[in-house]
Design a binder for this molecule. Structure first.
Ligand code: PMP
Length: 389
Protein backbone atom coordinates (compact mmCIF):
# COMPACT_ATOMS: atom_id res chain seq x y z
CA UNK A 1 0.00 0.00 0.00
CA UNK A 2 2.94 2.36 -0.17
CA UNK A 3 3.26 1.73 -3.88
CA UNK A 4 5.25 4.14 -6.04
CA UNK A 5 3.53 7.38 -6.85
CA UNK A 6 4.52 9.05 -10.09
CA UNK A 7 4.93 12.79 -9.74
CA UNK A 8 5.62 14.87 -12.80
CA UNK A 9 7.50 18.14 -12.96
CA UNK A 10 5.59 20.96 -14.49
CA UNK A 11 6.13 24.65 -15.09
CA UNK A 12 4.42 26.64 -12.37
CA UNK A 13 2.09 29.40 -13.50
CA UNK A 14 2.31 32.79 -11.79
CA UNK A 15 -0.93 32.06 -9.95
CA UNK A 16 0.47 28.74 -8.71
CA UNK A 17 3.68 30.41 -7.59
CA UNK A 18 1.74 33.04 -5.67
CA UNK A 19 -0.42 30.35 -4.08
CA UNK A 20 2.69 28.37 -3.06
CA UNK A 21 4.28 31.48 -1.51
CA UNK A 22 1.06 32.24 0.39
CA UNK A 23 0.89 28.62 1.60
CA UNK A 24 4.51 28.81 2.80
CA UNK A 25 3.78 31.98 4.74
CA UNK A 26 0.64 30.46 6.26
CA UNK A 27 2.64 27.37 7.21
CA UNK A 28 5.29 29.47 8.91
CA UNK A 29 2.69 31.37 10.86
CA UNK A 30 1.15 28.08 11.92
CA UNK A 31 4.54 26.73 12.96
CA UNK A 32 4.76 24.24 10.09
CA UNK A 33 8.32 23.89 8.81
CA UNK A 34 9.63 22.72 5.45
CA UNK A 35 11.13 19.27 5.90
CA UNK A 36 13.71 18.09 8.40
CA UNK A 37 15.89 21.14 7.68
CA UNK A 38 13.14 23.19 9.31
CA UNK A 39 13.73 21.34 12.57
CA UNK A 40 17.28 22.71 12.85
CA UNK A 41 18.17 25.69 15.02
CA UNK A 42 16.09 27.97 17.23
CA UNK A 43 16.75 25.73 20.20
CA UNK A 44 15.71 26.85 23.69
CA UNK A 45 18.14 28.35 26.16
CA UNK A 46 17.44 26.47 29.37
CA UNK A 47 18.13 27.95 32.77
CA UNK A 48 19.54 25.03 34.74
CA UNK A 49 17.79 25.59 38.03
CA UNK A 50 19.88 23.38 40.28
CA UNK A 51 23.23 24.77 39.11
CA UNK A 52 21.96 28.33 39.25
CA UNK A 53 20.70 27.85 42.80
CA UNK A 54 23.88 26.05 43.89
CA UNK A 55 26.20 28.73 42.51
CA UNK A 56 24.18 31.91 42.98
CA UNK A 57 24.92 32.64 39.32
CA UNK A 58 22.64 32.17 36.32
CA UNK A 59 23.64 29.10 34.33
CA UNK A 60 22.00 28.94 30.91
CA UNK A 61 22.43 26.06 28.49
CA UNK A 62 21.65 25.99 24.79
CA UNK A 63 19.60 22.82 24.31
CA UNK A 64 21.31 21.70 21.13
CA UNK A 65 20.23 18.10 21.61
CA UNK A 66 16.82 19.34 20.42
CA UNK A 67 18.04 19.94 16.89
CA UNK A 68 15.69 17.68 15.00
CA UNK A 69 17.72 16.04 12.22
CA UNK A 70 20.67 14.48 14.05
CA UNK A 71 20.05 15.69 17.60
CA UNK A 72 23.15 17.86 18.07
CA UNK A 73 24.68 21.22 17.05
CA UNK A 74 26.19 19.36 14.13
CA UNK A 75 22.84 19.67 12.33
CA UNK A 76 23.62 23.34 11.81
CA UNK A 77 27.10 22.54 10.56
CA UNK A 78 26.11 19.67 8.28
CA UNK A 79 23.34 21.73 6.67
CA UNK A 80 25.69 24.65 6.06
CA UNK A 81 28.49 22.46 4.67
CA UNK A 82 26.01 20.84 2.26
CA UNK A 83 24.43 24.14 1.23
CA UNK A 84 27.84 25.74 0.59
CA UNK A 85 28.89 22.70 -1.49
CA UNK A 86 25.65 22.94 -3.48
CA UNK A 87 26.20 26.65 -4.10
CA UNK A 88 29.78 25.97 -5.21
CA UNK A 89 28.56 23.26 -7.59
CA UNK A 90 30.38 20.48 -5.72
CA UNK A 91 27.19 18.53 -4.98
CA UNK A 92 23.99 18.07 -6.95
CA UNK A 93 21.05 15.98 -5.74
CA UNK A 94 19.80 12.65 -7.07
CA UNK A 95 22.86 11.81 -9.17
CA UNK A 96 24.56 9.44 -6.82
CA UNK A 97 26.81 12.13 -5.31
CA UNK A 98 28.15 10.95 -1.98
CA UNK A 99 29.14 12.98 1.06
CA UNK A 100 32.21 11.58 2.85
CA UNK A 101 33.08 12.60 6.38
CA UNK A 102 35.43 11.69 9.17
CA UNK A 103 33.58 12.06 12.46
CA UNK A 104 33.32 10.68 15.96
CA UNK A 105 29.63 10.37 15.20
CA UNK A 106 27.51 13.48 15.68
CA UNK A 107 28.42 15.16 12.41
CA UNK A 108 28.05 11.86 10.59
CA UNK A 109 24.55 11.41 11.97
CA UNK A 110 23.53 14.91 10.89
CA UNK A 111 25.06 14.40 7.44
CA UNK A 112 23.41 10.99 7.04
CA UNK A 113 19.94 12.38 7.84
CA UNK A 114 20.33 15.47 5.66
CA UNK A 115 21.86 13.44 2.83
CA UNK A 116 18.66 11.35 2.75
CA UNK A 117 16.49 14.47 2.73
CA UNK A 118 18.42 16.16 -0.05
CA UNK A 119 19.18 13.32 -2.46
CA UNK A 120 22.71 12.22 -1.55
CA UNK A 121 24.45 9.22 -0.14
CA UNK A 122 26.59 9.35 2.97
CA UNK A 123 29.82 7.48 3.74
CA UNK A 124 31.07 7.91 7.27
CA UNK A 125 34.51 7.00 8.65
CA UNK A 126 34.62 6.91 12.46
CA UNK A 127 36.96 5.56 15.14
CA UNK A 128 35.94 2.22 16.60
CA UNK A 129 36.13 3.41 20.22
CA UNK A 130 32.97 5.50 20.02
CA UNK A 131 29.61 4.38 21.39
CA UNK A 132 27.74 1.69 19.45
CA UNK A 133 24.57 3.81 19.53
CA UNK A 134 26.15 6.25 17.10
CA UNK A 135 27.28 3.67 14.53
CA UNK A 136 23.93 1.82 14.84
CA UNK A 137 22.09 5.05 14.17
CA UNK A 138 24.25 5.70 11.11
CA UNK A 139 23.40 2.26 9.76
CA UNK A 140 19.68 2.86 10.25
CA UNK A 141 19.95 6.20 8.48
CA UNK A 142 21.32 4.29 5.51
CA UNK A 143 24.88 5.57 5.62
CA UNK A 144 27.87 3.44 4.74
CA UNK A 145 29.92 3.20 7.92
CA UNK A 146 33.62 2.40 8.19
CA UNK A 147 34.75 1.98 11.79
CA UNK A 148 38.50 2.19 11.92
CA UNK A 149 41.02 1.49 14.68
CA UNK A 150 42.22 4.58 16.51
CA UNK A 151 45.26 5.99 14.65
CA UNK A 152 47.28 9.22 14.87
CA UNK A 153 46.34 12.09 12.55
CA UNK A 154 49.63 11.51 10.70
CA UNK A 155 48.41 8.06 9.64
CA UNK A 156 46.55 7.57 6.35
CA UNK A 157 44.19 5.34 8.31
CA UNK A 158 43.11 8.10 10.71
CA UNK A 159 39.34 8.41 10.22
CA UNK A 160 39.58 11.92 8.78
CA UNK A 161 42.33 11.01 6.29
CA UNK A 162 40.46 7.89 5.26
CA UNK A 163 37.27 9.86 4.52
CA UNK A 164 39.27 12.29 2.36
CA UNK A 165 40.84 9.39 0.46
CA UNK A 166 37.49 7.65 -0.05
CA UNK A 167 36.00 10.84 -1.53
CA UNK A 168 38.93 11.13 -3.94
CA UNK A 169 38.64 7.47 -4.91
CA UNK A 170 34.92 7.93 -5.61
CA UNK A 171 35.45 10.94 -7.88
CA UNK A 172 38.37 9.24 -9.67
CA UNK A 173 36.40 6.05 -10.27
CA UNK A 174 35.61 5.47 -13.92
CA UNK A 175 32.56 3.34 -13.07
CA UNK A 176 30.37 6.27 -12.21
CA UNK A 177 29.74 9.87 -13.23
CA UNK A 178 28.77 10.72 -9.65
CA UNK A 179 31.10 12.59 -7.32
CA UNK A 180 32.57 12.20 -3.89
CA UNK A 181 32.48 15.28 -1.67
CA UNK A 182 34.67 15.41 1.45
CA UNK A 183 32.81 17.63 3.92
CA UNK A 184 35.92 18.21 6.11
CA UNK A 185 34.29 19.56 9.28
CA UNK A 186 37.62 20.00 11.09
CA UNK A 187 39.09 22.38 8.53
CA UNK A 188 36.10 23.76 6.61
CA UNK A 189 35.10 27.36 7.45
CA UNK A 190 31.48 26.39 6.70
CA UNK A 191 31.57 24.78 10.18
CA UNK A 192 32.26 27.79 12.42
CA UNK A 193 30.35 30.04 10.03
CA UNK A 194 27.17 28.05 10.77
CA UNK A 195 27.56 29.11 14.41
CA UNK A 196 28.36 32.72 13.47
CA UNK A 197 25.16 32.74 11.41
CA UNK A 198 22.78 30.90 13.75
CA UNK A 199 23.93 29.75 17.22
CA UNK A 200 25.59 33.05 18.13
CA UNK A 201 22.66 35.27 17.05
CA UNK A 202 20.16 32.99 18.81
CA UNK A 203 22.12 33.21 22.08
CA UNK A 204 22.41 36.98 21.70
CA UNK A 205 18.64 37.35 21.18
CA UNK A 206 17.79 34.95 23.99
CA UNK A 207 19.97 36.80 26.51
CA UNK A 208 19.50 40.35 25.22
CA UNK A 209 23.28 40.34 24.97
CA UNK A 210 23.63 40.04 28.75
CA UNK A 211 26.28 37.34 28.99
CA UNK A 212 29.29 37.32 31.27
CA UNK A 213 30.83 34.10 29.98
CA UNK A 214 30.39 31.54 27.22
CA UNK A 215 31.72 28.07 28.01
CA UNK A 216 32.10 25.23 25.49
CA UNK A 217 34.26 22.25 24.66
CA UNK A 218 35.99 21.83 21.32
CA UNK A 219 35.93 18.83 19.01
CA UNK A 220 36.49 20.67 15.76
CA UNK A 221 36.35 23.99 17.59
CA UNK A 222 33.53 25.22 15.35
CA UNK A 223 31.06 25.96 18.15
CA UNK A 224 33.39 27.89 20.44
CA UNK A 225 35.00 29.80 17.56
CA UNK A 226 31.73 30.66 15.80
CA UNK A 227 29.82 31.73 18.90
CA UNK A 228 32.81 33.67 20.27
CA UNK A 229 33.30 35.46 16.95
CA UNK A 230 29.66 36.49 16.75
CA UNK A 231 29.31 37.63 20.34
CA UNK A 232 32.72 39.16 20.92
CA UNK A 233 33.54 40.55 17.47
CA UNK A 234 30.23 41.17 15.71
CA UNK A 235 28.23 42.20 18.80
CA UNK A 236 31.26 43.65 20.56
CA UNK A 237 30.67 41.91 23.89
CA UNK A 238 34.35 42.47 24.59
CA UNK A 239 34.06 41.93 28.34
CA UNK A 240 32.43 38.51 27.94
CA UNK A 241 34.80 35.70 28.85
CA UNK A 242 35.12 32.76 26.50
CA UNK A 243 36.17 29.61 28.34
CA UNK A 244 37.16 26.30 26.82
CA UNK A 245 35.79 23.23 28.62
CA UNK A 246 38.42 20.56 28.04
CA UNK A 247 38.26 16.90 29.08
CA UNK A 248 41.25 15.19 30.67
CA UNK A 249 43.77 13.98 28.13
CA UNK A 250 43.15 16.81 25.67
CA UNK A 251 46.00 19.10 24.70
CA UNK A 252 43.91 22.23 24.11
CA UNK A 253 43.83 23.14 27.83
CA UNK A 254 47.60 23.51 27.91
CA UNK A 255 47.61 25.35 24.62
CA UNK A 256 45.12 27.93 25.93
CA UNK A 257 46.70 28.28 29.39
CA UNK A 258 50.38 27.88 28.65
CA UNK A 259 50.67 28.32 24.88
CA UNK A 260 52.08 24.82 24.51
CA UNK A 261 50.28 21.88 22.97
CA UNK A 262 50.75 18.75 24.99
CA UNK A 263 48.32 16.15 26.11
CA UNK A 264 47.64 15.94 29.80
CA UNK A 265 46.23 13.00 31.62
CA UNK A 266 44.90 12.33 35.07
CA UNK A 267 46.57 8.96 34.86
CA UNK A 268 50.18 9.84 34.08
CA UNK A 269 52.30 6.81 33.44
CA UNK A 270 49.43 4.57 32.45
CA UNK A 271 48.70 3.51 28.91
CA UNK A 272 46.35 5.75 26.99
CA UNK A 273 42.89 4.33 26.36
CA UNK A 274 42.47 6.41 23.25
CA UNK A 275 44.26 9.25 21.51
CA UNK A 276 42.60 11.63 23.90
CA UNK A 277 42.62 9.80 27.19
CA UNK A 278 39.03 10.28 28.32
CA UNK A 279 35.71 8.53 28.28
CA UNK A 280 34.17 11.73 26.95
CA UNK A 281 33.10 11.67 23.31
CA UNK A 282 33.04 14.56 20.88
CA UNK A 283 35.35 17.05 22.57
CA UNK A 284 39.05 17.13 23.41
CA UNK A 285 41.73 17.05 20.75
CA UNK A 286 45.49 17.19 20.45
CA UNK A 287 45.90 19.40 17.42
CA UNK A 288 44.82 22.88 16.41
CA UNK A 289 42.22 22.68 13.66
CA UNK A 290 41.35 25.54 11.31
CA UNK A 291 38.03 25.89 13.11
CA UNK A 292 39.62 26.23 16.55
CA UNK A 293 42.22 28.58 15.09
CA UNK A 294 39.43 30.82 13.76
CA UNK A 295 38.44 31.66 17.34
CA UNK A 296 41.64 30.95 19.27
CA UNK A 297 42.51 34.58 19.97
CA UNK A 298 39.05 35.06 21.52
CA UNK A 299 39.40 32.22 24.04
CA UNK A 300 40.31 33.72 27.43
CA UNK A 301 40.76 30.64 29.55
CA UNK A 302 40.31 26.88 29.82
CA UNK A 303 38.97 24.56 32.50
CA UNK A 304 40.10 20.95 32.59
CA UNK A 305 37.41 18.46 33.57
CA UNK A 306 38.10 14.92 34.75
CA UNK A 307 36.02 11.92 33.69
CA UNK A 308 34.89 11.53 37.26
CA UNK A 309 33.63 15.11 37.42
CA UNK A 310 31.81 14.62 34.11
CA UNK A 311 30.13 11.44 35.36
CA UNK A 312 29.09 13.13 38.61
CA UNK A 313 27.67 16.12 36.75
CA UNK A 314 25.70 13.86 34.38
CA UNK A 315 24.12 12.13 37.37
CA UNK A 316 23.52 15.46 39.16
CA UNK A 317 21.63 16.88 36.16
CA UNK A 318 19.30 13.89 36.10
CA UNK A 319 18.84 13.91 39.86
CA UNK A 320 18.04 17.59 40.23
CA UNK A 321 16.75 18.74 36.89
CA UNK A 322 15.60 15.66 34.96
CA UNK A 323 18.11 16.59 32.24
CA UNK A 324 19.62 13.49 30.62
CA UNK A 325 22.64 14.36 28.50
CA UNK A 326 25.84 12.92 27.09
CA UNK A 327 29.43 13.32 28.19
CA UNK A 328 30.42 16.52 26.37
CA UNK A 329 27.37 18.32 27.79
CA UNK A 330 28.41 17.22 31.27
CA UNK A 331 31.95 18.51 30.76
CA UNK A 332 30.50 21.83 29.61
CA UNK A 333 28.35 22.06 32.74
CA UNK A 334 31.27 21.34 35.08
CA UNK A 335 33.32 24.05 33.37
CA UNK A 336 30.32 26.41 33.44
CA UNK A 337 30.07 25.99 37.22
CA UNK A 338 33.83 26.54 37.70
CA UNK A 339 33.64 29.64 35.50
CA UNK A 340 30.51 30.94 37.24
CA UNK A 341 32.16 30.67 40.64
CA UNK A 342 35.08 32.77 39.40
CA UNK A 343 32.62 35.59 38.55
CA UNK A 344 30.55 37.79 40.89
CA UNK A 345 27.19 36.47 42.17
CA UNK A 346 24.36 37.00 39.71
CA UNK A 347 26.64 36.66 36.66
CA UNK A 348 25.22 34.94 33.59
CA UNK A 349 27.08 32.02 32.08
CA UNK A 350 25.98 30.36 28.85
CA UNK A 351 27.00 26.83 27.87
CA UNK A 352 25.83 24.06 25.53
CA UNK A 353 23.97 20.78 26.01
CA UNK A 354 25.30 18.99 22.92
CA UNK A 355 23.47 15.67 22.75
CA UNK A 356 21.16 13.35 24.64
CA UNK A 357 22.27 10.67 27.07
CA UNK A 358 20.39 8.09 24.98
CA UNK A 359 23.33 8.20 22.56
CA UNK A 360 25.74 7.25 25.34
CA UNK A 361 23.97 4.44 27.21
CA UNK A 362 26.48 1.73 26.40
CA UNK A 363 29.63 3.62 27.34
CA UNK A 364 29.45 6.87 29.30
CA UNK A 365 26.26 6.07 31.21
CA UNK A 366 27.55 2.58 31.92
CA UNK A 367 30.57 4.25 33.52
CA UNK A 368 28.26 6.49 35.54
CA UNK A 369 26.53 3.31 36.72
CA UNK A 370 29.83 1.57 37.45
CA UNK A 371 30.77 4.47 39.69
CA UNK A 372 27.74 3.60 41.75
CA UNK A 373 25.97 6.84 40.96
CA UNK A 374 22.90 5.24 39.46
CA UNK A 375 20.30 5.00 42.19
CA UNK A 376 18.38 8.05 43.30
CA UNK A 377 21.43 10.03 44.21
CA UNK A 378 22.68 7.42 46.64
CA UNK A 379 26.32 6.75 46.14
CA UNK A 380 25.75 3.00 45.89
CA UNK A 381 29.48 2.32 45.49
CA UNK A 382 29.73 3.22 49.18
CA UNK A 383 27.01 0.69 50.00
CA UNK A 384 28.91 -2.41 50.99
CA UNK A 385 26.00 -4.20 52.65
CA UNK A 386 26.29 -7.07 50.19
CA UNK A 387 22.56 -7.70 50.23
CA UNK A 388 21.01 -9.16 47.11
CA UNK A 389 17.62 -8.22 45.74
N1 PMP B 1 29.66 17.43 21.66
C1 PMP B 1 29.53 16.39 20.85
C2 PMP B 1 28.70 15.22 21.28
C3 PMP B 1 30.17 16.38 19.61
O1 PMP B 1 30.07 15.31 18.82
C4 PMP B 1 30.96 17.49 19.24
C5 PMP B 1 31.65 17.54 17.92
N2 PMP B 1 32.52 16.49 17.66
C6 PMP B 1 31.10 18.55 20.12
C7 PMP B 1 30.42 18.49 21.32
C8 PMP B 1 32.03 19.70 19.86
O2 PMP B 1 31.64 20.60 18.89
P1 PMP B 1 32.68 21.32 17.93
O3 PMP B 1 33.08 20.34 16.89
O4 PMP B 1 31.88 22.45 17.37
O5 PMP B 1 33.86 21.78 18.69
Amino acid sequence: FFGPVQLEDHEESEAEEAAAAAALLANRTAGIVDGIEGCIGNTPLVQIRSLSEATGRIILAKAEFLNGAGGSPKDRVALNMIQVAETEGLLAPNQGDTIYEGTVGSTGISIAALARARGYRAHICMPDDQSAEKSDLLHHLGATVERVPVAPITSPNHFVNLARTRAREHTASTDTASRGFFADQFESPANFQAHVATTGPEIFRQTDGKIDAFVAGAGTGGTIAGVAKYLKEDQKLTKMRVVLADPQGSGLYNKVRHGVMYASTEREGTRRRTQVDTIVEGIGINRITENFEAGRALVDDAVRVTDEQACRMARWLVEHDGIFVGSSSSVNCVAAVVTALSLPPGSRVVTVLCDSGTRHLSKFWKQVGAMGLEENGNDTAQDQSGEED
